[in-house]
Design a protein around this ligand. Structure first.
Ligand SMILES: N[C@@H](CCC(=O)N[C@@H](CS)C(=O)NCC(=O)O)C(=O)O
Length: 198
């Protein structure tokens, strides 16, 4: 049975999953949720996703309502240990960045983009401060390492890519972080890459 991704084009959370499915070469059906019309808060959609959030990945009986969880699921399902190492240190290194994708990335660049593009009420000073701390850390890490969590690309890179790529939509300039720009280009050169819509 073909998997279905409930998504929204400008959602970076949804893009993470589309990007990984494309890199894996896996076919799936795509259903656009009418978020501007409140389609993510209807009774039908809330039965799938109790928090009323996009994306949701449905694979038969299995329903996954979080982008990081979906990346883990797909890596495990398709047996891709290169994308999700199973040794203790390797798995922890990936998890470190999955947590960052739901934590500091969300509090910083994602919040600023949501404020500018979708009018979300945001503490801009706090979001700018989180963004600076995050990008300084990524810059220092990527000056030494090619990828975020291993000597090769992993789902950590997929999870972090989408919203870092469109950080400028939140008024953030990546020019002071050349190693981050180099890393973005390296993700874009991976087989099966699919761009984040603007
Ligand atoms: N933890 C979720 C967060 C998803 C998320 O925040 N989605 C946004 C759209 S990009 C959303 O549905 N916001 C509406 C809401 O939270 O009510 C994930 O990683 O997939």
């Amino acid at each position: 049975m073909t998997m279905t991704l409930h998504d929204f084009p400008t959602s970076g959370h949804a893009h993470r999953i589309r990007l990984f499915l494309s890199m894996l070469g896996v076919d799936y059906d795509r259903l656009t949720v009418d978020m501007p019309g409140g389609g993510h808060k209807t009774a039908d959609y809330l039965r799938l996703s109790p928090l009323g959030q996009v994306p949701t990945l449905v694979d038969g009986e299995i329903i996954i309502t979080d982008s990081s969880a979906a990346l883990v699921y797909l890596a495990k399902k398709y047996g891709r240990r290169d994308w999700l190492p199973e040794d203790p240190a390797g798995a922890a290194a990936v998890q470190r960045w999955l947590s960052t994708a739901s934590g500091e990335l969300y509090r910083g660049p994602i919040a600023l983009r949501a404020a500018r593009r979708f009018g979300r009420a945001v503490d801009e000073a706090a979001a700018r401060s989180w963004s600076k701390r995050l990008f300084e850390w990524m810059q220092a890490h990527l000056e030494i390492e090619t990828w975020l969590a291993a000597k090769h690309a992993t789902i950590a890179d997929v999870a972090m890519y989408s919203y870092v790529r469109v950080a400028d939509e939140g008024g953030l300039d990546l020019a002071p972080y050349p190693a981050v720009l180099r890393w973005l280009a390296d993700v874009e050169a991976l087989p099966g890459f699919e761009p984040m819509p603007r």
